[in-house]
Design a protein. Structure first.
Length: 384
């Protein structure tokens, strides 16, 4: 080993290695170095230690630096350490390679300090380049959120923007104002082998997204008079995004006896865009009726639509005065092909079949009426 041109005998070198620890150095000028252990937040291993561990200071067999140079290097190292120790370690996660700067874990020798002026560590700059300051993104966003306030151009809750509309009603959110709709689902002429008749089905409503008053009316016109009619006044409430509940009354008229029913139903769109409707009607004398309806719009093109439809009626007891039997009473099935001139107006053609079952068929046959009738239909549907 060579110390600045002076050669030391190998025996003396061995004695120095056995008795003088390699870490005995002049620590008098390192009072500014932070020897404290890392905070609890510094629990992550230093991922850059392998990179900077190879950048250890090497001793070159050159002449020692001048005292002025040593003093400048010491001052620079002390300033760097003062700046680093003055940082708030509670808000910044500091990862430091303690192999070069943290000397707390090194045992200090009990022997007197030897003159190691040739290896004065004060002349060596401390390796501070491997310190990395990580500012967590969450902390930065939270600090910004606490410090910042609402922007100056934030929209007001009532969309008025602080304006005075005078006699004009201020703007409101969608769904608050009542709306209305009227749809004529069927307005048609039915041609059968022994009977020709007209039919209609109308539905209108008025209200908002949460409460609507609904009027439903459907019936048949034969021999220029109303032969069978059913009118309902309902209160509609949403049950979910695709389903509604209805509660109200129903009034029958025509050739049947005038009857009043209480109505409770549910309707909406099932998966695969099936339009379903189930309504339970109850009247005096413990008579109940359940009507199930299902239809589907199959769009062959953007304007040509094929609509199959099925309606099923079930009764809890016999009603001989109106030729209605207990159980499954009637199934009405139809297919209509419409052409939408626009979304609000569409003429159509189709076929319809009315088939009575069970005791209802027996009552119709006993009164010389047909229990199975088929019609060719032509009509128009529109809404506004």
């Amino acid at each position: 080993m060579k110390f600045y041109k002076h050669h030391i005998p190998s025996s003396l070198l061995a004695l120095l290695l056995l008795n003088v620890p390699a870490w005995s150095m002049d620590m008098s000028d390192m009072s500014n170095v932070d020897m404290s252990m890392p905070t609890k937040k510094d629990t992550h291993p230093n991922t850059h230690s392998s990179t900077h561990s190879s950048t250890q200071v090497k001793h070159h067999p050159t002449k020692p630096s001048k005292p002025a140079t040593q003093k400048a290097v010491q001052t620079t190292a002390a300033m760097d350490m003062d700046q680093m120790t003055s940082m708030n370690h509670e808000t910044h996660d500091v990862h430091t390679d303690h192999s070069a700067a943290n000397m707390q874990g090194m045992p200090m020798p009990d022997t007197p300090q030897h003159d190691m002026h040739q290896h004065n560590m004060n002349a060596m700059p401390m390796a501070m380049g491997n310190q990395h300051i990580n500012l967590p993104m969450n902390d930065m966003l939270m600090d910004h959120a606490h410090q910042s306030s609402s922007p100056a151009d934030a929209r007001s809750s009532d969309y008025s923007q602080g304006r005075d509309f005078g006699p004009i009603h201020p703007p409101m959110m969608m769904g608050n104002d009542p709306l209305m709709s009227l749809a004529v689902k069927r307005l048609e002429w039915q041609h059968g082998n022994d009977n020709n008749q007209g039919a209609y089905e109308i539905e209108g409503w008025w209200g908002d997204d949460w409460n609507r008053a609904v009027l439903k009316a459907e019936g048949e016109i034969s021999n220029h008079s109303l032969s069978d009619a059913r009118t309902e006044l309902l209160w509609r409430r949403p049950l979910s995004a695709f389903w509604n509940t209805e509660l109200g009354v129903r009034q029958d008229s025509g050739y049947t006896n005038n009857r009043t029913w209480a109505a409770l139903g549910i309707n909406g769109i099932a998966p695969y865009w099936l339009h379903l409707d189930a309504t339970l009607y109850v009247r005096d004398q413990s008579q109940t009726e359940l009507i199930l309806t299902g239809e589907y719009d199959w769009r062959i093109t953007q304007r040509l639509v094929l609509q199959p439809r099925v309606e099923m009626s079930l009764y809890s007891k016999n009603d001989r005065s109106n030729d209605i039997g207990e159980g499954l009473s009637q199934i009405q099935s139809s297919v209509r092909l419409r052409y939408e001139i626009n979304r609000q107006f569409a003429p159509y053609l189709g076929v319809e079949n009315n088939h009575a079952y069970g005791k209802t068929a027996d009552l119709l046959n006993s009164s010389n009426q047909k229990s199975n009738q088929s019609y060719a239909v032509a009509g128009v549907m529109f809404w506004f």
